[in-house]
Design a protein around this ligand. Structure first.
Ligand code: S3P
Length: 224
C-alpha cells in the first residue's frame, strides 16, 4: 500500500482514533534528555489520544516519599536507578498509557526491553542549547548541579544519543508551540502505525544534518 492509499476500513477515521486502535493496548513512551519536553508533550499527546498520562519521575517521588534531589542526596544515583526501573516496569504492566520517562531511564537494558515489549517509543530530540535554556530555569536536576552544566549536557547527549536513537520514532523538539510538536507526533504515529510508512519525514526547521542522521530501524522494537 502506498502512503497515498487509505484502506476503506480507516477512511474517515480521525488519526487519533486510528492510532489508539493500532496501538492495540500498547503504551506510548517518551524518551530523551532532560528539558526535551517529555512531560509537557506527553501530557498533551495523552489528552489528544484520550489516554492516561503518567510522569515516571513524579511516580518515583510518590513511591519514595521524597523528591528526586533528595533521593540522589540520601541514597545515591544507583538506588534512584533501581527504583526508576521498578516504577517504569510497574507502570508499563498497568498500561496502556502515555509515559514520560526520566532522561536516564532507557540506559538500562531491562527498561528498554520492557518498553520494546509493551510500547511504542518516541524520542524527543532537543539540541544542547535548547536543553540548557530550559533546564536553567530550575534546579531540580541533580546531574546538572555541576560547575559547568553546558559541558555536562554535552557529555550526556554524546553518551546517550546512541541509546535514544533506538526509539521507534524521533521528533525534533524545538522552540515552537507545543501543539505543533504534538501534531507532528500524531502525524508520524499515524504514518507508522496505520499506514506502515517507515520513512522519516523532517520538520522544516530540522532540515540539516544534525536532525536527519542516524535514525535506523533497530528500534527499542524491531518488528512492529
Ligand atoms: C535524569 C533526568 C530527570 C530525572 C533525574 C535524572 C537523567 O528526569 O529522572 O534527575 O538522568 O537525565 P527528566 O528527564 O524528566 O528531567
Amino acid at each position: 500500500m502506498t502512503s497515498e492509499t487509505v484502506s476503506p476500513a480507516s477512511a474517515g477515521t480521525p488519526p487519533e482514533t486510528a492510532i489508539v486502535a493500532a496501538l492495540a493496548g500498547r503504551s506510548l513512551v517518551l524518551v530523551g534528555m532532560m528539558g526535551a519536553g517529555k512531560s509537557t508533550i506527553g501530557r498533551r499527546l495523552a489528552t489528544r489520544l484520550a489516554m492516561r498520562f503518567v510522569d515516571a519521575d513524579a511516580e518515583i517521588e510518590l513511591a519514595a516519599g521524597m523528591s528526586i534531589p533528595e533521593i540522589f542526596e540520601t541514597h545515591g544515583e544507583p538506588h534512584f536507578r533501581d527504583g526508576e526501573a521498578r516504577v517504569i516496569a510497574r507502570l508499563l504492566s498497568g498500561g496502556p498509557l502515555v509515559l514520560a520517562t526520566g532522561g536516564g531511564a532507557v540506559l538500562r537494558e531491562e527498561t528498554r526491553a520492557r518498553i520494546r515489549e509493551r510500547a511504542i517509543s518516541i524520542w524527543l530530540k532537543a539540541d544542547a542549547e535548547v536543553i540548557l535554556r530550559r533546564v536553567r530555569r530550575r534546579a531540580d536536576r541533580p546531574l546538572l548541579q555541576t560547575a559547568d552544566p553546558a559541558a555536562t549536557i554535552g557529555r550526556l547527549i554524546a553518551e546517550r544519543e546512541p541509546v535514544y536513537q533506538l526509539a521507534d520514532i524521533m521528533i525534533a523538539s524545538r522552540d515552537v508551540p507545543y501543539e505543533r510538536i504534538v501534531d507532528e507526533c500524531i502525524g508520524l504515529l499515524h504514518r507508522r502505525l496505520c499506514r506502515g510508512d517507515t520513512t522519516e519525514p523532517k520538520p522544516p526547521e530540522a532540515r540539516d544534518e544534525r536532525h536527519g542522521e542516524g535514525f535506523d530501524t533497530k528500534g527499542f522494537g524491531t518488528t512492529r
